[in-house]
Design a protein around this ligand. Sequence first.
Ligand SMILES: Cc1cc2nc3c(=O)[nH]c(=O)nc-3n(C[C@H](O)[C@H](O)[C@H](O)COP(=O)(O)O)c2cc1C
Length: 377
Amino acid sequence: MSNINLFSVDQARKKAKLRLPKVVFDYIDGAADDEVTMNLNTRAFDDIMLNPKMAQGKFDCDLSTSVLGQELALPVILAPCGLVRVMHPDGAIGVAKAAINMQTISVLSTVAGNPLSEVAETGSHNLWFQLYSSRGRQEVESLLQEIHKNRVSVLVVTVDTPALGNRLRDIYNGVSTPLRVTASNAVQLGYQVLSKPKWSYNMLNDGLKLMKKSKPSGSDSSKNMLNMAASPFSWEDIKWIRSQWRGKLVIKGILNASDAKMCVDCGADAIVISNHGGRQLEGVSPTIKVLSEVVSEVGDQTEVILDSGIRRGTHVIKAIALGAKAVMIGRPYLYGLAANGQMGVENILRIFQSELIRDMTLLGCRSIKDLDKSFLV
Ligand SMILES: Cc1cc2nc3c(=O)[nH]c(=O)nc-3n(C[C@H](O)[C@H](O)[C@H](O)COP(=O)(O)O)c2cc1C
């Protein structure tokens, strides 16, 4: 691991762009259609103004919070993301270790590329598991058993992927199913890969390690790595999953009050307001714009988490002041991972931590738990 110090998410993004073959960078950085929703996600935070309270004296900011009964040192969770192993050989294990070191949570995607059993070895208390399934209840049953066996107690079911979003950058790069190499795209991809020798060397080494291990592993979720097929859950499926799963249940991908109410009726312990970072349906609202509506409908019955577009400490503050318990970040930590592996992910969490401390001090707010609408104009 090289010693890079990153000072902002944007700087990490630039570093990731330098390090990754175009096809991998675009897979992270891109979104659906014209990428309007993705860009609006971040821009929409600019419409909300902070209202600082002056002369609050000297104090140490408390960034800690609790989510689903778990204590976090800062209200920023690492969102589930597919194919992280292709971004850096530290992969989901590095992401999970970064979350542990920074006392927060990482959510392992079904299609992360690292087996759940290996990631859970780092410490299952800070790990949640995100479920995709395209092959029905039998597949879900075996995944639930695997999750339980690995002592992971929080299940996140993503409901915004009945089809895959139209990710044009992937298509232009010749990978209609993300990152799959075929005869027709091999030359284009080969050129991109060879132009990034350090990444290619890392991937080769990682591939050799994988081949040496090569132990068959039953229902292991890593088998889904390249199966990026859609996950067409219905509310009936969610109720059924609730009946099968004894741990905490989180539903991810909610964008309005009536679906949030459905989640509560299905027994969800928390919901994630998310538009998948603009990667699914183009033209939906930026998530911060629907937060208040959802919180007034279900905020007293379930915990509300928000993701999509969070790039700054002030974005976290605005979301929490409007009623979110915590936020998730996706691309920011993926840029960090690509730039510098596990250390890069920790670096990104530290950026959020230090921005939050500075912003909360300037805002005159001592604790994340004290944030409310009085801190907004
Ligand atoms: C490269 C990439 C892969 C993703 N893979 C998944 C996934 O496997 N499961 C899932 O629920 N969400 C996935 N997401 C969505 C994230 O969990 C999260 O909702 C989104 O990244 C938040 O937006 P942000 O990137 O603007 O922070 C992915 C996002 C990215 C950027």
